[in-house]
Design a protein around this ligand. Structure first.
Ligand SMILES: *Cc1c(COP(=O)(O)O)cnc(C)c1O
Length: 502
């Protein structure tokens, strides 16, 4: 570092903040007015968080709002007040409702006020975490090391905050493909490789099939292994299928185990699958999109035993960790292999050994994205502000609530449970003695839509074979037991009112 007196300087620091260049700059002209608007936005945000659960979960979007949202690109500035009023009128009232205590649909996290605060701060930093040497990179490093320890992975494991489990699975399976082809895939593609095949169950998530397509393996190279009654992969069938593929000259390379299936929350036998992977030299990838959060609960964590043996794990912070959308994570045991599968930078991205352009492994060396936002920040912030234990307790409550809901459903003669409900997901339907399956499907579709469209609650639909059902998935730290008993009551009332008397 040169002596301060000899370095060229931009001149003495001005007493006032520098004035912006004339014309075309994008900062506010009136900082006082901006500050006042922002304060109002913050107050409204807190009010909204505080009053969650008082209105309908979801409501239909009127035509006027849809028209407003189809207007062409504005060429000239609108006042901030006008833009904010449009937000208040057209956007805020029509979110999907997944911050509401009676949101039970799909697999959606419910977010947190501290997460929203973190998003706001992150946006003000405008950090690009593709690489280089700055605080935000160290924040992500710390998140990586927390995750590594959470899953008992070795110090050389690498990880990356990504958009979600879909991307995390693409990254994990790319490293698996790299290992299976001894790195030839990066230059030569797959043309000289025997056909690579992988394994999951029929309930394995759609994103796994998509990853197979994107990676050039083809979705038919992903075998759907039969499941046991609890919805988990049948390990005996897995071994049989591996042997068949080997006999046919194909090259099994990966098993994609599921820790929390979207249909019923099933968790594969991860210990058994890790043994099979070891015996056959296969990569073990775990889709733990929401199930990963079980690791935060001392009582539920044992359900994930064996996950610490995986080669890669994909999961979401935006589901059961309740970090605001979007934030997922991929963890890879062999950090060296991970860097080899993605690394190599253009000349203009060369690292220096010190200064802002330094650092050995940049996040862009571990995935397909170069520019990256500061997703890690909200994860880091929220885990500190709430503590991992509180998130684990919210997870435990959801599991307890589903168990209780299952016992109510099992007791009610007019309700029928569809499949296992061992974690945070349960599917059921309203039934009568004398209606056909097709009639019951139509009846339950009507019940579900009525509940959704009136904004009473938001369960989602499920199809199990020929049977249509109502699916409740609890990834919601705001749900109270009473919200679930209310749902049961409404289903029964609607069912009775919709069945023709006769
Ligand atoms: C949600 C989910 C995914 C996909 O994750 P995204 O975050 O939506 O990309 C994959 N697997 C399971 C089991 C999921 O629940």
């Amino acid at each position: 570092m040169p002596d301060d007196t000899t370095i060229p300087s931009f001149g003495p620091a001005p007493a006032d903040p520098p004035s912006p260049p004339p014309g075309g700059h994008l900062d506010p002209d009136d900082w006082g007015a901006f500050r006042a608007s922002l304060h109002r936005v913050v107050d409204e945000m807190v009010d909204r968080f505080q009053s969650q659960g008082t209105g309908p979960v979801w409501k239909p979007i009127p035509q006027g709002v849809r028209d407003a949202l189809a207007e062409p690109l504005p060429r000239t500035a609108r006042s901030l007040d006008e833009v904010l009023n449009r937000v208040r009128r057209d956007v805020l009232p029509y979110t999907l409702g997944n911050t509401h205590p009676r949101f039970f649909g799909w697999v959606h996290g419910s977010g947190t006020p501290v997460g929203a605060m973190a998003e706001f701060l992150a946006a003000s930093m405008n950090a690009n975490t593709g690489g280089r040497h700055h605080g935000p990179i160290l924040v992500e490093d710390q998140v990586v090391s927390w995750v590594r320890r959470l899953f008992d992975f070795p110090p050389e494991a690498a990880g990356l905050v990504v958009s979600g489990t879909s991307m995390a699975t693409i990254v994990g399976l790319t490293v698996a493909r790299y290992r299976a082809t001894r790195g030839l895939d990066r230059r030569e593609g797959l043309r000289d490789s025997p056909p690579l095949v992988g394994y999951t169950t029929r309930d394995g998530h759609q994103s796994i099939r998509d990853a197979f397509s994107l990676l050039g393996l083809g979705s038919s190279a992903l075998r759907a292994i039969p499941m046991l009654d609890d919805g988990s992969m049948d390990p005996v069938a897995l071994e049989r299928r591996i042997a068949e593929d080997v006999r046919a000259g194909r090259k099994p390379f990966a098993v994609i185990a599921t820790a929390g299936s979207v249909t019923c929350g099933a968790i594969d036998d991860l210990v058994r699958i890790s043994e099979i992977c070891r015996d056959h030299g296969l990569w073990m990838h775990v889709d733990a999109a929401f199930g990963a959060a079980l690791r935060l609960s001392p009582t539920l964590a044992p359900r994930l035993d064996g996950i610490e043996k995986a080669d890669s794990i994909a999961f979401d912070f935006h589901k059961w960790f309740h970090v605001p959308y979007d934030a997922g994570f991929v963890l890879v045991r062999d950090g060296r292999l991970h860097t080899d599968a993605f690394g190599g930078r253009e000349d203009y991205l060369t690292s220096l050994d010190q200064g802002p352009g330094s650092g050995d492994t940049w996040p862009c060396d571990l995935g397909p994205e170069l520019s990256r936002g500061f997703r890690a920040f909200k994860v880091w912030f929220q885990l500190q502000a709430l503590g991992a234990d509180a998130i684990g307790q919210a997870v435990e409550r959801n599991v307890r609530q589903v168990r209780k809901l299952a016992s109510i459903v099992d007791r009610e003669r007019e309700l029928e449970r569809l499949g296992p409900a061992d974690l945070n997901i349960i599917s059921f339907r309203y039934r009568t003695e004398d209606q056909s399956n097709a009639e019951l499907n139509e009846l339950n579709r009507e019940i579900l839509l009525d509940i959704q469209e009136r904004g009473l609650a938001l369960p989602s639909p499920i199809r199990k074979g020929e049977t249509f059902g109502i699916r409740v998935c609890l990834c919601n730290h705001r749900t109270r037991d009473a919200d679930l008993t209310a749902l049961v009551r409404v289903v029964l009332e609607l069912g009775r009112s919709l069945v023709p008397v006769g």
